[in-house]
Design a protein around this ligand. Structure first.
Ligand code: ADP
Ligand code: XUL
Length: 520
C-alpha cells in the first residue's frame, strides 16, 4: 500500500481523493461543499454577495474551516490518515489572501480551530477571487507602466487581466494603502492551503504563479518591473516562485495530533485547479484537449512552446509536468446553466431530456446571450441576457429550447474562442461537475465535431494533485500514473453527428452577430 492524498480547494467545495499507487486504486473520496456544509459563511456558491456585480470575494476562513471539516469527516468515517505518504493540492486560480507579519511566527495549536487561528493573521478579511472583474483601471495602469499589454503578455503569458492577482493586489493597495502596508505575505488560494498544512512559508508554483501577471515565464521567477508597476514593495510580500514538484514542507503538528497524520509527511507545492486537472486528465503531453465544466468552463491543453492568444483572452500557464499549457476561461459556466435550469424548473435529468429528446440541433434558430455575470471571454463587464428566436422562446415559455440554447450558445462561444490553441482535436476529454450530463457532452461533440469522453474519476483536479504528490515523492512516471488512474469512461463517449456540422457553422455566424448586436 502506498497512499497519496490530493486536495482541491475549488470555488464551491474542498474535496479529497486518496490513491494507492501500489494497487492502482482510488481508496477514499469526500467533499465539503461551502454553501451546504458551511452555511454560516453566507456563500451558497462559494463567494459573498456584493452590491457591485463586478466584485466577487470570498472569506478565506471558510477555506480553513473546510480543511478541518474534511479531515474530521475522514477521521469519523474511520479513514486512517496516518497511511498517507505524501500530499499535494490545487486551488481555484488567481484568488489572493493577505497576511500580516504574525504569519511568519504562526504555530497552530490543537486547542483552537484553524479558522480561529488564521483570523488574527489576516491583513484583509476578504479574498478577491477569479470571478472578480473590478480592476479594469488597474490593468490599464499596470500595462502602461510595464510598456504595454504586448510586453505584459510576452513576459507573463497573458495581458493584464481583471481577475489576475497582480491587478487585484494593485486595487487593494489603491483602496486601502494602510492594510496593504501591514501585509507581509500574499498567497494564492493554492499556496495558502499549502501553508495551512505545513505552517511554513511555502512557495507559489509556476503553474498557478503564471495566473498573476507577475511571473516571468522564461525566467521562472517574479518580474521586478511588473511587481513595481503593480504596487510598492510587492516583491517582498510574495513567497518564492518554485517548481511544481518541490516539497514545500512537512505536515504541521496540528494535523499529526488532531487527525493522526504521520509526523514528517511531505507536502508538495500546490498548483492551480486547471494545471492540476491537466495532470489528472492524463493530458500533460500536447495533443489532448480538455474541457472543464465546473463553476467556470475552461478549455486547455499542454503545449511545448508558449503561444499567446492573438485576441488577448487566453493564457499560458506552467504545465506541472514541465513545459506550458494554454487555457481559456469562460466565467458563465455552471452557474449560468443553473440559472436557466432554475428559471424553467428543470432538474438536471429534465435538462438533459429537453436537449436530447425534445429539441433538435440548431434549436429552430433559438439562441441565448447568457452573460448572467460579467464575462472574461469575450470581455463583457455588464451582465447581458438576451433570448433570440421564436416568440415562445423569447417570452420564456419554452423550457426545452431554453435548456438547449444555453448549452449550444456556450459551446459555440467556446469553439469560436479556442481556435488559436491548436489544430482541431479529434478527441476532447471533459471533466467538472457538468461533464456528467450526457446532453452537454453530445452538444459539445456536435459543435466541435469531435469525440467527447470523460474519465472514470470525476475529480480530475484532486486526482491531479494526488498524482503530483506520487510523482514528486516516489518519482513515478507521468505516463505510468496516467495509464493507471486517468482512464476514459467508455460509457461516457459522445460521437459527433456529421449532419450537424453545417447547422453549427451557420449558427456560429449568427452567434457572432448576436454578440455584436448587444455587446459594445
Ligand atoms: P468547482 O470545481 O468549480 O467548484 P465542480 O466541477 O464541482 O465546480 O462543478 C460544480 C457544478 O456542477 C455545479 O455548479 C452544478 O451546476 C454542476 N453540475 C453538477 N451536476 C450536473 C449535471 N448533472 N448537469 C449539469 N451540471 C451539473
Ligand atoms: C482560470 C480561472 C478559473 C478558476 C476557477 O483562469 O479563472 O478556471 O481557476 O476554477
Amino acid at each position: 500500500m502506498s497512499l497519496f492524498l490530493g486536495l482541491d480547494s475549488s470555488t464551491q467545495s474542498l474535496s479529497a481523493i486518496v490513491i494507492d499507487t501500489d494497487c492502482g486504486t482510488v481508496v477514499y473520496e469526500d467533499a465539503v461543499n461551502f454553501g451546504r456544509h458551511l452555511p454560516h459563511y453566507h456563500s451558497p456558491s462559494g463567494f459573498l454577495e456584493h452590491s457591485d456585480p463586478l466584485v466577487k470575494q470570498s472569506n478565506p476562513l471558510m477555506w480553513a474551516e473546510a480543511l478541518d471539516l474534511l479531515l474530521t469527516r475522514g477521521k469519523e468515517k474511520g479513514f486512517a490518515w496516518n497511511a498517507v505518504e505524501g500530499i499535494s493540492g490545487s486551488g481555484q486560480q488567481h484568488g489572493s489572501i493577505y497576511l500580516n507579519d504574525g504569519y511568519f511566527d504562526a504555530c497552530f495549536s490543537t486547542e483552537q480551530s484553524l479558522a480561529n487561528q488564521v483570523k488574527p493573521l489576516l491583513s484583509r478579511d476578504v479574498s478577491p477571487i477569479w470571478m472578480d472583474s473590478s480592476t479594469s483601471a488597474e490593468c490599464q495602469k499596470i500595462a502602461d507602466a510595464a510598456g504595454g499589454n504586448g510586453r505584459v503578455a510576452a513576459v507573463t503569458g497573458s495581458p493584464a487581466i481583471e481577475r489576475f492577482t497582480g491587478p487585484q493586489i494593485r486595487r487593494f493597495y489603491k483602496e486601502d494603502p494602510e492594510s496593504y502596508e501591514r501585509t507581509a505575505r500574499i498567497h494564492l488560494v493554492s499556496s495558502f492551503m499549502a501553508w495551512l498544512l505545513t505552517g511554513t512559508d511555502v512557495g507559489i508554483d509556476f503553474g498557478d504563479g503564471a495566473g498573476m501577471n507577475l511571473l516571468d515565464l522564461a525566467e521562472q521567477d517574479w518580474n521586478l518591473a511588473l511587481a513595481d508597476a503593480t504596487a510598492p514593495g510587492l516583491l517582498q510580500k510574495l513567497p518564492k516562485a518554485v517548481a511544481s514538484d518541490t516539497v514545500v514542507g512537512q505536515i504541521a503538528d496540528y494535523f499529526v495530533i488532531k487527525y493522526g497524520f504521520c509526523a514528517g509527511t511531505p507536502v508538495v507545492a500546490w498548483t492551480g485547479d486547471n494545471p492540476s486537472s491537466l495532470v489528472g486528465m492524463g493530458a500533460t503531453e500536447p495533443g489532448t484537449a480538455v474541457i472543464s465544466l465546473g463553476t467556470s468552463d475552461t478549455y486547455f491543453a499542454a503545449m511545448q512552446e508558449p503561444r499567446t492568444d492573438p485576441n488577448g483572452y487566453g493564457h499560458v500557464f506552467g504545465n506541472p509536468a514541465g513545459g506550458y499549457m494554454s487555457l481559456i476561461c469562460f466565467q458563465n459556466g455552471s452557474l449560468a446553466r443553473e440559472a436557466v435550469a432554475k428559471e424553467h424548473s428543470l432538474d438536471w435529468d429534465a435538462f438533459a431530456d429537453a436537449i436530447l429528446n425534445r429539441t433538435q440541433p440548431g434549436n429552430e434558430g433559438n439562441m441565448l446571450l447568457y452573460y448572467f455575470t460579467p464575462e472574461v471571454t469575450p470581455r463583457i463587464l455588464k451582465p447581458t441576457v438576451r433570448y433570440a428566436g421564436t416568440e415562445a422562446f423569447v417570452n420564456g415559455q419554452d423550457a426545452n429550447s431554453a435548456a438547449r440554447a444555453i448549452v449550444e450558445s456556450q459551446a459555440l462561444s467556446m469553439q469560436l474562442h479556442t481556435g488559436w490553441i491548436s489544430d482541431k482535436p479529434s478527441r476532447i476529454l471533459v471533466t467538472g461537475g457538468a461533464s456528467r450530463n450526457p446532453a452537454i457532452r453530445q452538444v459539445l461533440a456536435d459543435v466541435f465535431q469531435a469525440e467527447i469522453l470523460s474519465l472514470t474519476v470525476n475529480n480530475s483536479a484532486g486526482l491531479g494533485a494526488a498524482l503530483r504528490a506520487a510523482q514528486a515523492i516516489k518519482r513515478l512516471s507521468w505516463q505510468s500514473l496516467a495509464n493507471t488512474f486517468s482512464q476514459p469512461d467508455e460509457s461516457s463517449r459522445a460521437l459527433p453527428n456529421a449532419a450537424t456540422a453545417d447547422i453549427y457553422r451557420e449558427m456560429s455566424q449568427r452567434f457572432v452577430e448576436l454578440l455584436a448586436a448587444h455587446i459594445s
